[in-house]
Design a protein around this ligand. Structure first.
Ligand code: DQA
Length: 143
């Protein structure tokens, strides 16, 4: 099974950024943990601070990989372009967030992405990504 993790803006700073919200572990260290724990999977990782690059990656893998685990970060709350890219592709997308966006500022309550994904996992810290992997392993696609 081939899965693509896509992280949006400022998620390259996980471990250094607002540690009380996002924790102290870097995403690279967490990715090592995932790769060691799920050696039977191909888990590719892409991070960008640029909206168009995230759209390009969704288009690139969206017809060939088995699924996408997408944390669009701040673009979650603003991006019609990312929402349209998800609508365009054939593969399952799980939206993840490290924090519980519903318990934070009002502007984080709106997700342009949520209506078009197969499932949403948020508020479990970095474990949110592993829960998304488990959903793919169990063939839970939210359909
Ligand atoms: C986030 C939540 C977003 O509101 C925020 O802009 C982020 C990270 C999360 O994973 O909790 O950058 O997507």
């Amino acid at each position: 099974m081939k899965l693509q993790i896509i992280n949006g803006p400022n998620l390259n700073l996980i471990g250094r950024r607002e540690k009380s919200i996002y924790g102290v572990l870097s995403f690279d260290d967490y990715l090592d943990y995932l790769l060691n724990k799920y050696p039977q999977l191909t888990i590719d990782y892409f991070q960008s601070n640029i909206e168009g690059e995230i759209i390009d990656k969704i288009q690139e893998v969206g017809y060939s990989y088995d699924g996408i685990i997408l944390n669009a970060a701040a673009y979650t709350h603003t991006s019609v372009g990312i929402a349209d890219a998800i609508r365009a592709i054939e593969k399952s997308v799980i939206e993840v967030h490290i924090s519980n966006t519903k318990s934070r500022e009002d502007y984080r309550h709106k997700s342009f992405i949520s209506p078009h994904v197969n499932g949403i996992i948020q508020g479990f810290g970095l474990l949110s990504y592993e829960l998304a992997i488990i959903s793919f392993l169990n063939n839970i696609k939210g359909e």
